[in-house]
Write a protein that binds this ligand. Structure first.
Ligand SMILES: [Zn+2]
Length: 124
């Protein structure tokens, strides 16, 4: 603890600890999502989040300037306007679909359960 004027002790070490706890928090959340989705017969696909909030869903143009504020998205190339979270969510969904079609062939039709692709788990 501390203030800007009166800094606390071990601030750097605590920042590192906080980061470690946050990292752990995300890892646990992913584990829970995976478990819940398997339990419900759903599918969890991890995608690279890079640029999902700066990419225009309509024309795929990537620019920091597309993101005018935290909430507003306006593409500097095609003029597409959207709520920034919704634009990013659509990019994430489409990245997930891309992963699915790249992995296609391990199950026909719409995969409902992750366990349809467990061939490589049996190797050990
Ligand atoms: Zn655009």
């Amino acid at each position: 603890s501390g203030s800007v004027e009166n800094k606390g002790r071990h601030v750097k070490a605590k920042a590192g600890l906080n980061r470690a706890i946050l990292d752990q928090g995300w890892g646990m959340m992913v584990n829970m999502l995976e478990y819940k989705q398997q339990w419900r017969g759903g599918l969890l696909i991890k995608v690279n989040p890079r640029y999902t909030s700066q990419t225009c869903f309509e024309c795929k143009h990537i620019s920091k300037d597309n993101r005018q504020t935290q909430a507003k998205f306006e593409c500097v190339k095609c003029g597409h306007k959207a709520n920034a979270d919704i634009n990013a969510a659509r990019n994430i969904l489409s990245a997930g679909h891309a992963v699915l079609s790249a992995e296609g062939g391990c199950s026909k039709g719409r995969p409902l359960k992750q366990k349809t692709c467990d061939g490589r788990e049996k190797v050990a």
